[in-house]
Write a new protein. Structure first.
Lengths: 152, 775
């Protein structure tokens, strides 16, 4: 009888040990290895606005190179990515500080981000550099009005 | 039952109870211990498994047709970017083929925040030191611009200095997994953390050779040992390793264990940095991601696990090849590769790509960056979160700046042995900062001569008197009342400062009693500058200067005109930027973006600008400062190979304690400082000590020299004046007429009284001419 009880006890103990062990471990859910998922876009392609500038026969290669960056910035803006646009427009600005369109788009990007002071600064610079381009100057003036409205 | 039998039965029963109790206690203890281990394992694995150092990257490099370049610096740049020279047609990404007139590149994939481009083959053709064309060799299309990927500049390491690139098990090719299993644990997928057969085989082999030839550790045991335990070989540690292996096996799937193991293992050494994980090793030895590894390359990496430095192809290629072949044979024995694959792989040589071991790049810049980053992240996070930090640094400019400073200081010491000091802590020092004035991008920063002997950053931490390099701010303050043609007094005067006499002097004796403002700045004439400052008013100067963002205090003393108050060199460089940027002051920018380990942008810095003066005044200041280079104190630049328009100002302080030059074009601005930390005299002026360094730097950076100049804003007009009187020139009367710029509302109206008097007819004619000119 005693031996029978002992065997039952042993079984119980072993089973409980296994169960306990399993339970203890089951609480430690294995973690999932994180995989790197990169979401990138292809670099924007040229459009008509850029072609209009790049089509000029006497265009300086540096200006042309900078325009490629400006165009990429513009497309980022179209896609509502002002931070990405600013990053690339800054590079364009460093490459060709005379390109008024850079300042215009930078002002647009800052407007999009809601930083009106920076938008106003870049708009002012755009006006300086685009003063001889009546079409663009109009856009700059309209932009200035939009900035003023945002101030109010 | 006899009494004796009953006694035996009771004894056995008692003994059994004790054994049972002991068994239960041991099981319980093991259970508790395994439970404790499981908590440890889970804590470690469910959180961040590895400390991944954050990487700092330079900015991208822009190349375009027509651009002048320094081919030596470009070649060095390409090598630092990991391009390797080959003498065959380009086959793999990262290959470079050079000829006298062109470079062919198989570009790496271009990956920066928000932009990604697959690497393609391109050809860059040169016409001397100018890029003639950039052609996409895949399509034959001419490219107007090529952006090279950012360069790794440095890492923020934890205490173990480990480099690691994580890979998931799905990215690892099957032949690499098989190679690792063949090399380390071919029964991995069938055992439960321990491999009794392997242990017995190891014991047998070791006994047969009377030495430790083989270890019986499974991959799980190795993982437990590397991850949680000390390398010390003790029985207790072995027991711990055993329990931990069993626990890991119960907690995780086999593939998960293998993935952790492959990311964990130590696989070599790059200078002081440990190469950990198969992902990093794949790039370190073969410059490619694991998914692209060939069979023989996979076997080479697997063979390294046993002794990464012993079997390293960088240490001994023959030994590495033998080890690789033994792995290949083991794979064949397991049936994981075919006979053909084995025969094809065995004779192949081991071709590791090589690597450039480098010291700390741009160390002062890194410190400056680190100061900014530690506001955002703790040093522990920086060394473990695997962040990617993108900066404005241009490594070509940085190297050029370091070289120019070193050569300049060496040359000064050579020409004046009194400047040479043997103690590295006390030697002649210098500092350079290069910025892009429109955006405030910091392209390079050299805070001292030798970072290893002095980490004091003289660009960001030093406070030095700027001397005449401060004068432009005084002249800017004067533009509301004076014009570049205004005559200033050059006569000695005595001023009272705090009840004491102050008698400024010129650098060298001069006979002129009056000088035009343009000349006074170009020739850095002290007396005329003090005269201007006193007429403008010291308070007015301080009001102007305050806008330029100096953090050091300025007191309203007349000596402010001569730069007697200390400034931080970075702030002085910044204060010149508005002259080159239409009056706009930009905040110095070093940090651009921070990405987390999943390439998600978590921090962004943009150019931040504010107007501190008008574009008209900025243009006139640039014009005045151009005269410094044209015929003033920096005119020797022309003899140093600088043949493009430059504006700038020299500076020399009392007893030649500091020598400065700040020079700029519309594209680039650089400040040079030379001096001793202890304020001893360097016995040389700014034009003698600092100017040659600036020239050497710019000569090394043709890619930043467009040769352009600033556009004249609408509010500026040009008039012909008499160089003696500074008044409007009278035609055919004034012997030295010259063109001068004026603010539109400050145009002089009086005609030269020196040469024009007594010629009323001439004045009338000039007046009529001027009338038509105006209207």
């Amino acid at each position: 009888m005693g031996l029978q009880i002992s065997f039952i006890n042993i079984k119980l103990i072993v089973v409980s040990c296994i169960l306990g062990f399993s339970m203890a471990l089951s609480g430690c859910a294995p973690s999932v290895m994180q995989t790197q998922t990169n979401i990138y876009r292809e670099t924007p392609q040229n459009n008509d606005e850029l072609k209009e500038d790049t089509g000029k026969a006497d265009i300086n290669p540096r200006v042309l190179a900078a325009l490629q960056l400006t165009e990429q910035g513009r497309i980022f803006l179209e896609n509502n990515q002002p931070d990405d646009a600013i990053g690339i427009l800054e590079r364009a600005l460093n490459l060709n500080p005379d390109n008024g369109k850079n300042y215009y788009y930078l002002a647009e990007a800052w407007l999009m981000k809601g930083n009106i002071d920076q938008a106003a600064e870049f708009n002012r610079l755009a006006e300086i550099y685009l003063k001889d381009d009546s079409e663009w100057l109009n856009r700059v003036i309209l932009q200035k009005e939009r900035i003023k409205e945002r101030y109010q | 039952m006899t009494k004796k039998k009953r006694s035996i039965y009771l004894t056995l029963k008692r003994m059994f109870k004790w054994y049972l109790l002991a068994f239960v206690l041991i099981c319980g203890a093991i259970l508790v211990y395994c439970w404790y281990l499981s908590i440890q394992i889970d804590k470690r694995f469910s959180g961040r498994r590895w400390s991944i150092p954050s990487k700092v990257y330079s900015d991208t490099t822009i190349l375009y047709p027509g651009q002048k370049i320094n081919r030596t610096l470009l070649n060095e740049k390409l090598l630092r970017l990991g391009y390797r020279e080959v003498d065959h047609k380009l086959v793999d990404k990262g290959e470079l083929h050079r000829s006298a007139s062109s470079i062919e590149l198989y570009l790496h994939d271009f990956k920066v925040p928000s932009r990604y481009k697959e690497g393609v083959r391109v050809q860059i053709r040169f016409d001397g030191n100018r890029i003639e064309s950039i052609t996409n060799l895949n399509t034959g299309q001419l490219w107007p611009i090529l952006e090279l990927e950012p360069e790794e500049v440095g890492l923020f390491f934890g205490p173990h200095r480990e480099r690691r690139q994580l890979v998931s098990i799905d990215q690892i090719p099957q032949h690499l997994i098989h190679a690792v299993l063949a090399a380390e644990d071919h029964r991995f997928y069938t055992h439960k953390g321990l491999d009794p057969k392997g242990i017995l085989r190891a014991i047998y082999t070791n006994l047969r050779h009377v030495s430790i030839r083989q270890g019986g550790s499974t991959i799980t045991q190795q993982l437990a040992k590397n991850y949680f335990l000390t390398p010390k070989r003790t029985f207790i540690r072995k027991l711990k390793e055993l329990f931990m292996s069993l626990t890991i096996e119960m907690m995780y799937e086999k593939n998960e264990i293998l993935e952790i193991y492959l990311n964990e293992i130590y696989l070599g050494q790059k200078a002081s940095e440990a190469i950990n994980g198969i992902g990093e090793a794949s790039f370190f030895y073969f410059d490619k991601p694991v998914s692209k590894l060939s069979l023989d390359e996979a076997a080479t990496l697997a063979g390294l696990i046993r002794g990464p430095n012993h079997y390293s192809p960088y240490v001994n290629k023959d030994r590495c090849r033998k080890r690789r072949n033994s792995v290949l044979n083991a794979m064949y024995e397991q049936g994981w590769i075919s006979d053909e694959e084995l025969k094809a792989a065995l004779p192949l040589p081991v071709e590791a790509v090589g690597y450039a071991s480098y010291g700390k790049k741009a160390p002062y810049f890194m410190d400056y960056l680190s100061d900014q980053l530690t506001v955002l992240y703790s040093p522990q996070d920086l060394s473990s979160l695997g962040l990617s930090i993108y900066t404005t640094l241009d490594t070509q400019v940085q190297l050029a700046a370091e070289n120019a400073l070193k050569r300049g200081l060496d040359s000064l010491e050579k020409s004046n042995p009194l400047l040479h000091r043997t103690d590295p802590q006390k030697q002649l020092q210098g500092a350079v900062i290069v910025m892009q004035p429109k955006t405030g991008y910091i392209l390079a920063m050299v805070g001292g001569r030798n970072y290893s002997s002095s980490q004091f950053n003289r660009i960001t931490q030093a406070r030095r008197q700027p001397g005449s390099a401060f004068k432009p701010l005084v002249y800017l303050s004067g533009l509301d009342k004076f014009t570049p043609a205004s005559l200033l007094s050059n006569e000695p005067k005595v001023y009272e400062v705090d009840g004491k006499e102050w008698k400024p002097q010129n650098y060298e004796p001069m006979v002129e009693e009056r000088v035009r403002m343009r000349d006074a700045l170009a020739r850095s004439i002290n007396l005329a500058t003090v005269d201007l400052a006193m007429q403008v008013g010291i308070d007015q100067i301080i009001t102007t200067v305050d806008k330029f963002g100096f953090s050091t205090p300025l007191k309203p003393y007349p000596s402010i005109a001569l730069g007697s108050f200390e400034v931080i060199p970075l702030e002085l460089a910044r204060a010149y930027c508005p002259f080159a940027a239409d009056g706009v002051l930009s905040y110095p920018l070093a940090l651009k973006e921070v990405l987390d380990e999943n390439d998600v942008v978590i921090e962004r810095r943009h150019v931040s600008i504010k107007q501190v003066t008008t574009p008209e005044k900025a243009f006139i200041m640039s014009s005045l400062l151009q005269s410094v280079v044209d015929y003033g104190t920096a005119s020797s630049l022309k003899m140093m190979g600088i043949d493009f328009p430059v504006a700038g100002k020299t500076g020399t302080t009392s007893d030649y304690r500091d020598a400065w030059f700040v020079g700029y074009t519309p594209d680039i601005l650089a400040l040079i400082w030379v001096g001793f930390d202890d304020g001893a005299s360097i016995q040389a002026s700014g034009s003698r000590a600092a100017l040659p360094i600036w020239a050497e730097l710019m000569n090394a950076l043709p890619q930043y020299v467009s040769g352009g100049w600033f556009r004249m804003p609408p509010g500026v007009v040009k008039r012909v004046i008499c160089s003696e009187s500074g008044q409007l020139a009278v035609e055919n009367r004034c012997p030295h007429p010259m063109e001068e710029y004026f603010l539109a509302d400050h145009v002089p109206t009086d005609y030269c009284q020196i040469h024009g008097s007594g010629n009323s007819f001439g004045e009338i004619i000039d007046g009529i001419t001027d009338f038509f000119h105006k209207y």
